[in-house]
Design a protein around this ligand. Structure first.
Ligand code: SF4
Length: 482
């Protein structure tokens, strides 16, 4: 029997980087093929070419969309989201998935697999032993499981339980093992839900170890918006010297009402301080951002846009992202009590009815764009240039580093220009909607801002600068990292 895993493009599946670690978790199984679903066309082709395989669809926000493609096939739908699925994962995937695959292979009763909901909730899975080395070609490591946060939309506690810290020598061993892959160029990723769940003293110890063991490596990590509170001068220096070049900040919102709804425990001001901190460290900053939730209104949206605009963090992703309700996350109950969600479903209503029209309009606009171009447009950012700058600084000369600053400025100019453009488009859309203008005007106005032609030309411009930069400083291999 052969099992084909199809996943959505969410890298944080089950909040454990499942999509990048699945093969490592399942071992060298001859019966498992794994790929990320990228487009409907691609899925269709795989399905036609492999009609007899069991498809195990694992997916986050896109699971419904992918599952639709597999109707009438031998498919088991597994997801961490609610609605339209066969199996819901409740435990840590590193333990649950191998048992699930084994049960499917042997035809065992799936309700004997711990840590899932299949017909009913099965018994709780054990906690995975995090103090073991994880080798993978995606160069993903982690220093903690669980999170100190208690956000109402987040299911991290359901999957990973309370905060556990991984032993530093084990993390070091992970990174040493990355070196055996030809593709490894000294850059890796901490997938901790929030790297700053490490207490301050331990984080410093970890950063000092990175500097000692891997003095020219670079990395990326995720942070909470209140990270600035645990930072002092020593920490700032350690973050820079240890090679942090990309920071993902779970900002979530630019207005206090949403932050309270999300039980984020942080403020807009916190997010601002942490963004400024990382920008001063010459890091690329990405924001986790939820533009729409069941309680969104025009005022909240306008505050969100103002925040994104101010920080040049508006992308097609940050501007349009809608809250996904994870099963058993506290916000599920809040939404049910407000009469906006039916228990067990993932699709909610909006308190402000205009939000439905707005989100549907955005989906139509999105569908009308060339999908590959849009994917590249969405990904434009400063991660690659920031990483290259630091690498040159660590390994090469200050002169070369200074010249790279010019490329950084040119790419930053594109990113900021597009952020402004997208904000303007979105604000116009809100204005037209509030003025109750005819529907056709939404699309006419959009054509002045986002068209396939426009996004293709921006992507081309960005890539031309990147190519020139890597040609001069980094070699072609770095192009893959954009
Ligand atoms: S800080 Fe992030 S990982 Fe932690 S609970 Fe909140 S959303 Fe989840």
């Amino acid at each position: 029997m052969k099992i084909l895993f199809v996943t959505d493009k969410c890298h944080c599946l089950y909040r454990a980087q499942m999509t990048t670690n699945l093969q490592a978790i399942l071992g060298e199984r001859h019966d498992v093929v794994f790929f990320k679903a990228t487009s409907k066309k691609y899925l269709e082709r795989i399905k036609t070419e492999n009609p007899d395989i069991i498809y195990l669809l694992i997916g986050g926000t896109q699971h419904n969309e992918i599952a639709e493609q597999y109707k009438g096939t031998n498919t088991v739908i597994v997801s961490d989201m609610a609605g339209n699925l066969d199996i819901q994962i409740n435990g840590e995937p590193e333990l649950v998935f191998p048992l699930l695959v084994e049960a499917i292979e042997t035809g065992a009763d799936l309700s004997t697999v711990p840590g899932i909901t299949y017909e009913h909730k099965t018994k709780k899975a054990e906690k995975w032993d995090i103090n073991q080395v994880v080798s993978n070609e995606s160069f993903v490591t982690f220093s903690s499981r669980g999170c100190k946060g208690k956000c109402s939309f987040c299911s991290i506690r359901n999957y990973q339980g309370s905060l556990r810290l991984r032993e530093i020598p084990v993390i070091v061993e992970d990174i040493i093992r990355f070196g055996k892959y030809d593709d490894f160029h000294g850059d890796f990723y901490f997938s901790d839900p929030s790297f700053d769940s490490n207490p301050k003293k331990r984080m410093k110890e970890l950063l000092k170890t990175l500097i000692k063991e891997f003095c020219v490596y670079t990395y990326q990590a995720n942070f909470r918006p209140d990270f600035h509170k645990m930072v002092d001068d020593e920490m700032i220096q350690l973050l820079f010297d240890s090679g942090l070049t990309r920071a993902f900040i779970g900002v979530e919102s630019g207005n206090e009402s949403d932050l309270q709804l999300y039980n984020k425990g942080t403020t807009v001001e916190d997010a601002q301080k942490t963004i400024d901190l990382f920008k001063n460290l010459d890091c690329a900053v990405d924001a986790g951002f939820i533009m729409f939730n069941p309680f969104s209104d025009f005022d909240r949206l306008r505050q969100n846009i103002a925040f994104l605009k101010k920080n040049h963090l508006a992308t097609f992703e940050t501007l349009t992202r809608q809250l996904s309700i994870a099963p058993a996350a506290p916000i599920e109950q809040i939404t049910i009590e407000a009469g906006l969600l039916i228990s067990g479903q993932s699709c909610y209503l909006f308190k402000d009815e205009k939000m439905l029209l707005l989100t549907q309009t955005i989906k139509l606009i999105e569908k009308g764009l060339h999908q590959n171009a849009l994917a590249q447009y969405r990904d434009l950012g400063l991660k690659a240039v920031k990483r290259l700058k630091r690498e040159i600084l660590f390994r090469d000369s200050i002169e070369k580093y200074n010249k790279l600053i010019e490329y950084d400025q040119r790419l930053t100019e594109i990113v900021e220009r597009e952020s402004d453009r997208l904000c303007e488009w979105f604000l116009n859309l809100l204005d037209l909607m509030e003025q109750k203008r005819p529907y056709i005007e939404f699309f006419q106005m959009t054509n002045n801002y986002i068209t396939t032609e426009h996004i293709k030309s921006v992507v081309k411009e960005y890539h031309a600068i990147s190519k020139e930069m890597y040609g001069a400083y980094g070699g072609a291999t770095f192009l893959k990292r954009i």
